[in-house]
Design a binder for this molecule. Structure first.
Ligand SMILES: O=C(O)c1ccccc1NCC(=O)[C@H](O)[C@H](O)COP(=O)(O)O
Length: 263
């Protein structure tokens, strides 16, 4: 059966083929600011939120296609976001690389380039557009390919959010040495979203030096309270924030104290 992830990856192959003909790398390595998601989240005493700019998605259709990414990003930071995620895929999420470039001009928090990366040329483009972190999805590639892209991103001073969904993918993340592991609660094949995916997997991450981010499906303060028990120090939230008419309240609900750091 062809899954949505298969379809997305097929489109990415075409995009990469186009990029290889057209893309000229403009990154001159002059941005030496090193906005580290890892350091910011590891040194915080509350759960931090990567707030996502998400115009549309395969599971929900249009969410806010006409959003102004610059205004949305500024409001996220004002409301207390620890980092911003920009969905840059166009065919399935209606985002653009231009969204990311514009957001970079107005915020100083770390920016995640949320895309489906299968080739180093996409990493070059993310870096040149102002990203600090890229996403690698374990279920999208072989271990050898993931390892190569991981090392390449690191050589470009980018951090990597290494996304897993099950124990096998988590084992790959550990072998590669990923220090930021995203546990996606959304099954990218069925769209089923369950916070217990993080609850089941986080216990197998025993290194205190690994930053755990729980991704997808966060709606309420209770969700945050639940997930903080797993050892996660960050969550990635898209749809709930995109639909919120009170971002300060929505983000405050998620920024619960970390376990062990409560008064
Ligand atoms: O969101 C989808 O429908 C989706 C489908 C296929 C691949 C990826 C998908 N989403 C990417 C994400 O991981 C989420 O945008 C992110 O974790 C935020 O999720 P949410 O807060 O549930 O919008």
């Amino acid at each position: 059966m062809t899954t949505i992830l298969d379809r997305i990856l097929k489109e990415k192959e075409k995009e990469v083929a186009r990029l290889k003909k057209e893309y000229v790398d403009t990154d001159r390595g002059l941005d030496d600011q090193h906005r580290s998601l890892y350091n910011a989240f590891m040194n915080s005493n509350h759960l931090n939120v990567i707030s996502e700019i998400k115009r549309a998605s395969p599971s929900k259709g249009d969410i806010d296609v006409g959003v102004n990414p610059v205004e949305q990003a500024k409001q996220y930071v004002e409301a207390g976001a620890g980092a911003i995620s920009v969905l840059t895929d166009t065919p399935f999420f209606k985002g653009t690389m231009d969204d990311l470039r514009k957001v970079r001009e107005v915020v100083d928090v770390p920016i995640l380039c949320k895309d489906f990366i299968i080739d180093t040329i996409q990493i070059d483009r993310a870096k040149a557009s102002g990203a600090d972190v890229i996403l690698l999805i374990a279920s999208a590639l072989s271990q050898a390919e993931l390892d190569q892209l991981y090392q390449y991103a690191k050589s470009k001073q980018l951090e990597v959010l290494f996304e897993v969904h099950n124990e096998e993918e988590l084992a790959v993340a550990k072998e590669i040495g990923a220090n930021i592991i995203g546990i996606n609660n959304r099954d990218l094949k069925t769209f089923d979203v369950r916070l217990d995916v993080t609850e089941q997997l986080a216990g197998s991450i025993t290194s205190p030096d690994t930053l755990i981010i729980s991704e997808s499906g966060f709606r309420t303060a209770d969700d945050a309270e639940r997930i903080v028990q797993t050892g996660a120090r960050g969550i990635l939230v898209g749809e709930t924030l995109m639909r919120s008419d009170n971002l300060a309240e929505a983000l405050a609900n998620f920024k619960v104290s970390l376990v062990g750091e409560r008064a």
